[in-house]
Every structure is written in C-alpha cells, then in structure tokens.
Design a protein around this ligand. Structure first.
Ligand SMILES: Cc1ncc(COP(=O)(O)O)c(C=O)c1O
Length: 386
C-alpha cells in the first residue's frame, strides 16, 4: 500500500485545489483569446478577467481598477516598493521597513539605497514583532514609503499593521505597503479600515492557487512609472498580455481561502497547540520560535545544537515533509536574517525547522506527524538531545 506523504511545507508553496485546477483548465481550453483583442473571443476573455478582478476587489473591499494581476509576491513587492519610491521623490527619499522582510522586499530597498534613498530597518523583539514606539520615532515628514510584512514567513509573527498605519498616516504622507503573502486568506485583511495599508501584495501559490500568479492591490488608485513597458495593460501599470487563466484561478483560490478561513484557522490553532505541547516535553533541548499570538498556520522550532537537515532527512524517510525556516534560505548554509534578527541563542541557530499547515491536511495526518516527531526525537535523543 502506498504511504501518504504528509506535506507540512505550505508556506513554501501549496498544492492547488481541484476546483482551482479545473477553472484554470476551462479558461485555457475555452477562453484562450487575448483579453485585449476586440473580437468576440477577446471580449469573452476580458469579461472573465474583469470578473476575476472584481472578485478579488470585493474580497479586499476596493475597486476593481485598484487590483493588478502580477506574476507573484516577488513582482508585487518589487513593483510596489520601486514604483512608489521612484514616483514620490518630490516628497522625500526616506523609507522604513523591518529587518525580517522577505528578500523580495529587502533586495528592493537595498537597490533604492544604492540609488541614494535613505532606508531605516525596524528591529523585532524575541517574538518577531516590531515596536510601535520604534516606528513612531522613525517616521518623518519626508518619509515616502513604509513597507511592513503582515505575517512573517519563517516563524509566523503577526505585525500590528493597523496600529502602524495610524502612526504612518498621522505623521507623514508616506504610502504604507504590506507584504500580505503569508497572511492573505489566513487573517482578516481588507481596505475597509479607516486606517490600514495603502497597498498590499498577494501570491497565488500560497493559497492553493498557482505559482507565477499574484496581485498588487491598492486602497485608492495610484500611479507610478511602470517597469514593464509595452501595450499598457493593467491600467498602464504592467504591460504584457494578462494571464487570464492564472487570474481566474487566483480569484477562485482567494474566494475559497477567505470563505474557509475561520474553520481552517481553528484547525491550525489546535494542531499548533498540540504540537507545541509535545515539543515542550523535551524541555530545554527545544526552543519554539513561534508564539501563541502568531499566525496559526506556521510553527517554527529548533533543537539545541542540531542541524535542521538532520531532522528534515529523518522525517523525509518517514514520508513527512518539513522545511528549514524559509524555502529561500534553505539551500544556503548561512543563518537566515530572520533568525539573526530574533537574536536566538547560538545553540539554536542552526536547526530551525518550520512546519506550515494547508488545506489538504487532516487530523489523522497531524496525529501521524506527531508520532513521527516523537520517533525522530527519541532516535536523536542521547546522540543530540540530552
Ligand atoms: C512573505 C513573503 N513575501 C513574498 C514572497 C514571494 O512570493 P512569490 O513566491 O509568489 O514570488 C514569499 C514567498 O515565499 C513570502 O513568504
């Protein structure tokens, strides 16, 4: 009998849902025309695209014209940060972000630093959360952009983005960008708060949609100098033939994620708590990076003086897939910038393991995972765990 693989790396990417794959296939097979074409087939494709845009806009409580389809979280982050910085230099050149952003944010602001922008990085406490006082101290009249992620991809810390928005909007004319790649569909997020983000990034493949699909959405319409030049698609902000099947698939995945959010979160929180309880049995040999205040779908922990790969391999032999703290840094040997920012004890830096839950997991899978976790930790006991 084939043993089922238990996939616990949903923050790296998710398996698309069947309904999402079906929608993608139908659009590819029947509505493959270019949505910019004026013939009937083009009009039909464009209608589907507009419906997908309206659906995402409804979820985010903004207007359809404020939703741009992109190739994913990286492009959304790059576009927001570079675009908003370059088009606001008349107001200033000061930017604020955090030490624990995804590389697609950090590399964008590094590029801006090379161009003469001044970038300040907010540190985080041991729970991975910024201080609002630090933010207040850094926001200036010439601050043009603040970019703060909603949920950290390596350990699940949730940033106080609505409180941050109040500070930013009261003290400056800065645009507030939020990387919501790990929070969209997991936490409530929309432009319906009086104060909140001005602009957010979403990725399709983190919500059981497709890789290579994303959204950049705005509270109100924004203009900037576009990078993808050409036919003027996506309101002139991102040229290139729009990938209608990806857009339709993303809107479907987004709708399902938002509709099932409360139920999924309940399950994830229960699993999170149960696994933490089990890990605590190992006392000081285990350090749990994630906190009960963090996102329910991400649980990171580290075993004293143990390399993450040892656990990953031992789990993999038993058909359980977990990852090191982030997919981007998992192939690199250096400690991740998030782990550095958390100022983790040296003994726990090498072995951060991230479990991330998704819609395909069941209670039975988590029960099996917990057995495997015990087996693996017992095996390593003595050798690695005192
Ligand atoms: C917080 C965060 N931002 C951005 C990205 C990049 O998204 P994409 O893979 O769609 O480019 C990721 C992906 O891991 C992420 O976790």
């Amino acid at each position: 009998m084939e043993v089922k693989t238990i996939y616990l790396d949903n923050s790296a990417t998710t398996k698309p849902l069947k309904e999402v794959m079906q929608a993608f296939m139908v659009v590819n097979e029947q509505y493959y025309a270019n949505p910019a074409s004026i013939h009937a087939m083009g009009v039909e494709a464009n209608n589907l695209l507009m419906r997908a845009r309206e659906q995402v806009a409804d979820i985010l409580q903004t207007e359809a014209k404020n939703v741009l389809f992109t190739s994913g979280g990286t492009e959304s982050n790059n576009t927001a940060i570079l675009g908003l910085a370059h088009s606001n230099t008349h107001k200033g050149k000061h930017i604020i972000t955090t030490e624990i952003e995804h590389p697609s944010v950090l590399e964008s602001v590094k590029q801006l630093e090379k161009e003469g922008f001044e970038v300040e990085y907010l540190p985080v406490d041991q729970n991975g959360v910024i201080s609002l006082d630090d933010l207040r101290a850094k926001v200036r009249k010439d601050t043009i952009l603040v970019s703060i992620m909603h949920v950290n991809n390596e350990m699940g810390a949730i940033q106080p983005i609505f409180e941050a928005a109040k500070i930013i909007h009261n003290m400056s004319r800065a645009a507030f960008h939020v990387d919501a790649v790990q929070s969209f569909g997991k936490l409530p997020l929309a432009f319906n708060h009086e104060d909140g983000p001005d602009c957010i990034s979403i990725s399709g493949h983190k919500i059981h949609g497709f890789k290579g699909s994303g959204v950049l959405a705005f509270r109100t319409h924004m203009k900037w100098q576009p990078y993808a030049l050409g036919g003027g698609q996506e309101y002139g902000l991102r040229s290139g033939t729009v990938a209608v099947p990806q857009a339709v698939a993303l809107s479907k995945a987004a709708r399902i994620a938002v509709e099932s959010r409360v139920d999924q979160e309940k399950k994830y929180r229960k699993w999170h708590d149960e696994i933490c309880l089990q890990l605590r049995e190992y006392g000081e040999a285990v350090h749990i990076l994630s906190t009960p205040q963090g996102a329910a779908h991400i649980l990171s922990f580290s075993i004293r003086d143990l390399k993450g790969e040892v656990i990953i391999n031992a789990m993999q032999k038993r058909q359980v897939i977990v990852s090191t703290s982030s997919a981007c840094s998992s192939k690199q040997t250096k400690t991740s910038h998030v782990v550095e920012a958390l100022k983790l004890d040296e003994h726990f830096k090498k072995g951060v393991i991230r479990l991330s839950f998704g819609a395909y997991l069941s209670d039975e899978d988590i029960a099996k995972f917990k057995d495997v976790l015990n087996e693996v930790l017992m095996e390593l006991k003595g050798e690695h765990i005192q």
